[in-house]
Design a protein around this ligand. Structure first.
Ligand SMILES: O=C(O)[C@@H](CO)OP(=O)(O)O
Length: 206
């Protein structure tokens, strides 16, 4: 059985380019972001991968990435579910601030803790732990059962909502997750075992 699960972070957004904390704000893709989404499709196509269903967030950068990728692999319009459970981590009061300005104001270490620690919340926002607490139930309820039925599943989402999933799939811990980064537009191709753990993982980097 297939049990194919592909995770892809959206292509570069306007706010990635401007180095702004984004969270639940809704900027579109840049030209490079569009190209990254198309390139992700090309890499999946080169492996002959096709999908039965796709999941994305309710933010435009992930939705467009999903649409562009599916068009590139010749599957526009397959069943696609949009849900805020897959949204980026909410960056609270940091949203819209420049990351370098934040480092100058609060210090490199504090900003790194807000961005990459497991359980420290940025002011007014979600920690990765909070993000896991909303992404994981959605994965268990909506995504995993389809993978287990042999459907080939695409998830186009965000750096931290996907770090939440990768943490669980790869068995990372609060100590090891801070060094885990997800590049824009690079598909992670998982095959799962019948017991829902990972049989095989490929990172489709250049
Ligand atoms: O700003 C954000 O929403 C995220 C992703 O772009 O940033 P970070 O990598 O700092 O978690």
């Amino acid at each position: 059985m297939n049990r194919l699960l592909v995770l892809v972070r959206h292509g570069q957004s306007d706010w990635n380019l401007k180095n702004l904390f984004t969270g639940w704000k809704d900027p579109d893709l840049t030209e490079l972001g569009v190209e990254e989404a198309v390139e992700a499709g090309r890499r999946l196509k080169a492996l002959g991968l096709q999908f039965d269903v796709a999941f994305t967030s309710n933010l435009v950068r992930a939705q467009r990435t999903c649409t562009l990728l599916l068009r590139e692999i010749g599957q526009p319009g397959i069943e696609t579910f949009e849900d805020e459970a897959l949204n980026e981590r909410d960056y609270g009061e940091l949203a819209g601030l420049n990351k370098d300005d934040a480092r100058a104001r609060w210090g490199e270490d504090q900003v790194h803790i807000w961005r990459r620690s497991y359980d420290v919340q940025p002011p007014g926002g979600e920690s990765l732990k909070d993000t896991v607490a909303r992404v994981l139930p959605y994965y268990m309820r909506e995504i995993l059962p389809r993978v287990m039925r042999g459907e080939r599943v695409l998830v186009a989402a965000h750096g931290n909502s996907l770090r939440a999933l990768v943490m669980v799939l790869d068995g990372l811990t609060p100590e090891t997750i801070p060094s885990m980064e997800l590049a824009t537009g690079i598909p992670l191709v998982y095959r799962l075992k019948a017991d829902t753990t990972v049989e095989d993982k490929k990172v489709l980097a250049a």
